[in-house]
Design a protein around this ligand. Structure first.
Ligand code: DAT
Ligand code: MG
Length: 149
């Protein structure tokens, strides 16, 4: 089953929205296979956002993501990457569809609450940046047959 990497960003942690955001992914049916609270250091932030190096928002993005603790999650499910992206909403909360996390809790692109891998290669690159193999748990839930067809 597909894996994706989610980060509940510093603004969401500071605003007390960890439970709300975890709950949305949980209720959707995605299986949490890794989760921890951590502070992202500058080196990790630069690796994670390397594709954006040189863009005007890169340095502010590094400051923001390292400014306060985050919660990182590895989620599993059929089409987990796309499902997470749709649950998050558009990058700019002002343009995100109502009902998405970014629209329901955000206003500005630089405070958009949540990160989700944007494709299979990105997910495969990002998950090991944040989780060692022994931090990921493979398991089944009794409800899985009512969620996965
Ligand atoms: P996403 O987080 O939706 O995958 P992205 O990978 O294009 O978006 O950009 C990473 C983050 O950088 C994004 O969550 C917010 C910030 N960002 C992106 N484009 C921006 C812009 N034009 N101005 C300011 N910040 C931006
Ligand atoms: Mg991205």
């Amino acid at each position: 089953m597909e894996h994706t990497l989610v980060i509940i960003k510093p603004d969401a942690v500071q605003r007390g929205l960890i439970g709300e955001i975890v709950g949305r992914f949980e209720r959707r049916g995605l299986r949490i296979v890794g989760m921890k609270l951590m502070q992202i250091d500058e080196a990790l932030a630069r690796r994670h956002y390397a594709v954006h190096e040189g863009k005007p928002f890169y340095e502010p993005l590094i400051s923001y993501i390292t400014s306060s603790p985050v919660v990182v999650m590895a989620l599993e499910g059929n089409d987990a990457i796309e499902v997470v992206r749709r649950t998050m909403g558009a990058t700019n909360p002002a343009e995100a569809a109502p009902g998405t996390i970014r629209a329901d809790f955000g206003l500005e692109i630089g405070r958009n609450l949540v990160h989700g891998s944007d494709g299979p290669e990105t997910a495969a690159f990002e998950e090991p940046l944040f989780f060692d193999k022994d931090e990921l748990v493979s398991y089944e839930r009794a409800v899985d047959r009512w969620i996965f067809e």
